[in-house]
Every structure is written in structure tokens, then in C-alpha cells.
Design a protein around this ligand. Structure first.
Ligand SMILES: C[S@@+](CC[C@H](N)C(=O)[O-])C[C@H]1O[C@@H](n2cnc3c(N)ncnc32)[C@H](O)[C@@H]1O
Length: 280
């Protein structure tokens, strides 16, 4: 069952958090000339029309990227915002990059991208976006099986973004299983897991699993735009980052208060930034 379409949600507050973290990690990987790999297990369509009929129904980007557009953003977010500006050259915000397009723009000639997407409509859209890009392999395969096949990467450097729709209950345990298996093959890889804040039990499940003391250093980053309520849909979102770049915690502690002010929809908006597992 593939009912989820990211085109209804592109550019919302959760995408802003996810893509901010993704761009910071990619920028850190670029500090060294040595090539790295970017793996995206649930890639989506790659680029989204913010004036589409799907978006007309939800308007989610209005409380997301639209609030950052035309603002003075923290310097750490500049690479992310530059990609969005380059997509919208006439100054009107119409298009929003998904995680694959953001990676396409931020990765270098020597880097490699490997993307998985299963949806029959989104897969060809993703393919056409990368038609001329020889760095990129795109597979219409299950993201977790494809991840197993991709690890360990020859470069031994890079990041894996895991961003499933979480529409099916088993997706939470699939994420844990996929990451644990991935770490066995590539212990030094940076694994980045996105999650929605909807039901506190699901968030606690991930927190518990990714706090296991045998894991490498693991950072949790969460942005809540509304007070958590367990009933009325997504009130925030988070990222669990295993083997984060050493500067990420500091960068997020600079950026998150600004994101709360810019994206918060209630006086109870806030953030979480903490180590689930500290570097041993
Ligand atoms: C949240 S969206 C991805 C958004 C994208 N990462 C971004 O940030 O722009 C999740 C995507 O996963 C796809 N999907 C669902 N199950 C999948 C699976 N088992 N393997 C690969 N892709 C899957 C859906 O079709 C959907 O496009």
C-alpha cells in the first residue's frame, strides 16, 4: 500500500527541520575533499510545485518554508536557502526541493548518490530530475532492502537519510531493524532518521531503541511547533542522528531557538536537543 504522497506536505515545518539538518551534515562532509555517498531510502519525487492542486488542499508550506523565505536566516542555513533561491529565481516561492534534489545541488562531482523510491508516480518524476546526473543511481526498490545492498559503501564516508511515511505501524520497527543491520555493515556511517511527533508512544519507542548503550554517539533533535497532544495530528517532528558530525550539536543549539520563533504556532512551541548516546 502506497497511499502517502509527499506533494501534500512539501515545505512544511517538518521538511524545514529535516532539510536543514540534511544540508548541515552534507556541508560537514564537504570539509574533506575525499568523496562520500548520500543514500536516501525513501526519496519521494525530488521536487514539488507549491501551487499544485495537492498543495492547494493543505497549504502546509505556508507555515513552513514560506515563513523563512525573504527572512534573514542564520548563516548555517544559507546553503539550504541558496538551493531554494536558485529554484525560484524570479523571487516568488513556487518550487521546493525534496531531499534528493537538495543533495543533488549540495554534493560535488566526486560524490555519489543512491536513491530508492517505490511510488509508481513519484519514481518517474525522480528519474527525470536526475536524467543527466552520472553520480546518481535510482532504484524502484524497497528502501530498506536497497540499503542493505548498498552497505558498506566503497567511500566509507557519507550519510543515510531514512524518511518513511510512517503510515503503517510496522514502519517504526522497520526503521530500527534497518538501522541496526546497517550499523553492523557500516559502523562509522552517519544514519539520519526522521520521525513525526504524533503519538508519544511511537516517539518513546524510537528514543528507547536508539538509546542502547552499545550504539555509537546518537543525537536527538526535535522541533515542536505546537504543544504535544497525542490526538490532533503532527505537532512537531524530530531527527535521530547516529554518528553526527562533531559540529552538529552546536549548530543546532544556535539554530533551534530561531526555528521555534520562526515556525512556532503556539506559545508552547519548543525544541529538544540531547544525546541519546554520548561518545564513549
Ligand atoms: C516522506 S516521503 C519522502 C520525502 C523525501 N525524503 C524528502 O524529504 O523530500 C516518503 C516516501 O517514501 C516512499 N516509500 C514508501 N514506502 C517505501 C519503501 N518501502 N521503499 C522506498 N520508498 C518508499 C513513498 O512513496 C514516499 O514518496
Amino acid at each position: 500500500m502506497l497511499s502517502y504522497r509527499h506533494s501534500f506536505h512539501a515545505g512544511n515545518h517538518a521538511d524545514v527541520l529535516k532539510h536543514s539538518v540534511q544540508s548541515l551534515i552534507l556541508q560537514s562532509l564537504k570539509v574533506k575533499d575525499k568523496a562520500f555517498v548520500y543514500i536516501d531510502t525513501h526519496a519521494g519525487a525530488g521536487c514539488y510545485d507549491l501551487h499544485s492542486k495537492e498543495m492547494d488542499k493543505t497549504g502546509e508550506y505556508l507555515d513552513g518554508i514560506n515563513r523563512l523565505w525573504q527572512q534573514d536566516c542564520p548563516v548555517e542555513l544559507q546553503p539550504f536557502m541558496d538551493v531554494i533561491k536558485a529554484l525560484n529565481v524570479d523571487g516568488e516561492l513556487r518550487s521546493y526541493p525534496g531531499s534528493p534534489l537538495l543533495a543533488k545541488e549540495l554534493c560535488r562531482r566526486q560524490d555519489r548518490l543512491r536513491l530508492s523510491e517505490l511510488h509508481p508516480a513519484d519514481f518517474p518524476r525522480l528519474q527525470s530530475l536526475f536524467k543527466q546526473d552520472r553520480r546518481t543511481q535510482i532504484d524502484k526498490l524497497d528502501g530498506f532492502s536497497n540499503l542493505r545492498a548498498a552497505l558498506p559503501p566503497i567511500e566509507r564516508r557519507g550519510m543515510v537519510l531514512i524518511d518513511p511515511p510512517y503510515e503503517l505501524d510496522h514502519e517504526y520497527s522497520d526503521v530500527v531493524k534497518g538501522v541496526m543491520e546497517g550499523l553492523k555493515r557500516w559502523a562509522s556511517g552517519t544514519f539520519v532518521i526522521w520521525y513525526p511527533v504524533v503519538h508519544s508512544d511511537d516517539v518513546s519507542f524510537l528514543e528507547r531503541k536508539f538509546s542502547a548503550p552499545e550504539l555509537p554517539a546518537t543525537l536527538q533533535i526535535e522541533l515542536n511547533v505546537l504543544a504535544e497532544n497525542n490526538r490532533y495530528g503532527m505537532t512537531g517532528s524530530g531527527m535521530i542522528v547516529i554518528n553526527p558530525p562533531w559540529k552538529l550539536e552546536q549548530q543546532m543549539s544556535d539554530i533551534l531557538p530561531w526555528l521555534v520563533t520562526t515556525l512556532g504556532q503556539s506559545p508552547k512551541a519548543g525544541f529538544k536537543l540531547r544525546w541519546l548516546v554520548r561518545e564513549s
